[in-house]
Design a protein around this ligand. Sequence first.
Ligand code: ITT
Length: 200
Amino acid sequence: MQLVLATANAGKIREIVTILSDLRISFLSLASLHGYMPPVESGVTYAENAAVKAKAVAALSGCWALADDSGLEVEALGGQPGVYSGRYLSPTATDWERNQRILELLEGIPLSQRGARFQCAVAVAGPGGELTLAYGSCDGVIAEAPSGDSGFGYDPIFVVPDFGVTMALLPPDVKNRISHRARALENIKPLLQRLSLAAA
Ligand code: ITT
């Protein structure tokens, strides 16, 4: 079975391919799609944005497509940056700048009030307009300073309580077991398994 990964985020691609490596799927990237213009992510939920991305790629490619929309919700910031995580501060801001901004905003706030959550919606769309969604989340705490260089995005400031270190200090195989993305992909695996068996 061929599955187009409807994401331009190299960190997501690496994790999705690893997490789904036990399935008989060959992955195609957006680079193989001529004339693809990323759709505007105007949804107010992760699910809406994931669906828009997966459907656009399935329609253009004529293949099954998988999209991920995800974000970091910081309790002390009223759930921000949330669905705007990928565009927080500005679409061209670096991960480092976004992490620094969150740390500045939380300066002086004790660890007990620095709760946060990664959220992920995964959409799988088919060439005939089929659409399935699955969800995953991962609870944590915003660190007082960044640490680690594994993963991507907000990983250096997101402490996973069970491990006592940031997501960016966890070995990739651990992140790929416990992350919001891992959980969403586990929830959609039965569909992918059925599709890959039907295509065999
Ligand atoms: P695509 O839309 O092309 O998939 P994107 O990076 O723009 O790529 P999103 O709109 O879903 O994707 O933005 C999600 C942002 O949330 C992402 O850019 C990261 O900054 C952050 N994020 C998501 N998952 C993360 C993870 O596992 N670790 C750290 N940060 C993450």
